[in-house]
Design a protein around this ligand. Sequence first.
Ligand SMILES: [Zn+2]
Ligand SMILES: [Zn+2]
Length: 435
Amino acid sequence: MAAITTWIAHVFLSVLFSLAYLSVIRGRLDQDYRDQLLSSAQKDKDWLVSIRRQIHENPELCFQEHNTSALIRQQLDQIGIPYSYPIAGTGIVAQIGSGSKPVVALRADMDALPLQELVEWEHKSKIDGKMHACGHDAHTTMLLGAAKLLNQRKDRLKGTARLLFQPAEEGGAGASHMIREGALGDAEAIFGMHIDNGSPTGSITLVPGPVLAATCFFEAKIEGVGGHAAGPHSTVDPIVAASFAILALQQLTSREADPLHSQVLSVTLIRGGSAFNTIPPYVEFGGTLRSLTTDGLHKLQQRLKEVIKGQAAVHRCNASIDMKEEEFPPYPAVFNDDSLHQHVQKVGRLLLGPENVKVGKKVMAGEDFSFYQELIPGFMLSIGIRNEGVGSIHPPHSPYFFIDEDALPIGAALYTALAELYLNENEHSILHQIF
Ligand SMILES: [Zn+2]
Ligand SMILES: [Zn+2]
């Protein structure tokens, strides 16, 4: 009996020691992986900074990213990475690895904003009225950096990485055009990142589930009958009708939406009349709708039309509503996949340390990354650029927006690890063996 007990204890201890030994080995492998990847990315820092500055000095708006796209293609040619072009006008899809499944996609956006840069520095935008104020110059550079790193490691890749350089994130729904032209290919998952001035360089923040809003714009026209302001009874006053309509709209979010389901309805412009003594024939107003669910946005759009038409009718006016879908396609909500959240968390902790991977905040801004997520699981993370020392403190879309370029090699390494480790983990999936 005593012998059996000793034997069990022996087996138990052996298993325990083996597990401990394996975990030490695993830890050492993890550390080697991190050190090697980060140091390779750091070696490319000067190149990354110079690419980012070239893009920053020459910002291009939605679907006009011709020079940016040419620069990326020239660099891919030099590195020796094959790609498809043009996709969605200026878009590029580069492919690295075995060419077989599993396939994982990484995405960066290339467009700038119609904004005058007010930062006085050596590499300020050379184009008046255009600026990379949302960090897309950094996203593009980080993904190009990842292309180089993945190419150095291509013989080890257990599948294929597809790198999507897309146009027109700022309102043009470039992602939906990329999809229509086959950019996703056989990709089964996609990762994207956005710079974040709220968290320090070297850190990332993650939000599982809904993180960014479904968004759209609208413009309404309320028509009455204009006339002299001294005789309102002989007019049909569209100013009063529009005022009632705008106030009634506020109740859609305060009275009709579930308080636990975030929604925004903002009227941001109004035009009507040009004289103190004349009631105008019509009034135009417009704004934006937002919801953390795509379904919530559809309901809000429907009710917006009903309320404006109803209020116009009460005041004897006619209303027409334009959802501006041609010019500004509605964006679905960004919804981060739960299992990819586990992956990003694990990779982030491995590469940056657990203390530098935090829970992020949901925001009612939109992002066309959501179009990819309608088709395959995707995850969009925020990468920190905050550094008071270099003035990297302003939010995106500010004319003072400024990036800490130390974040560039970190982003390149992170994109690389997200793809490489995803392929390692999904190599033996049963689905890939069957198809
Ligand atoms: Zn933006
Ligand atoms: Zn952006």
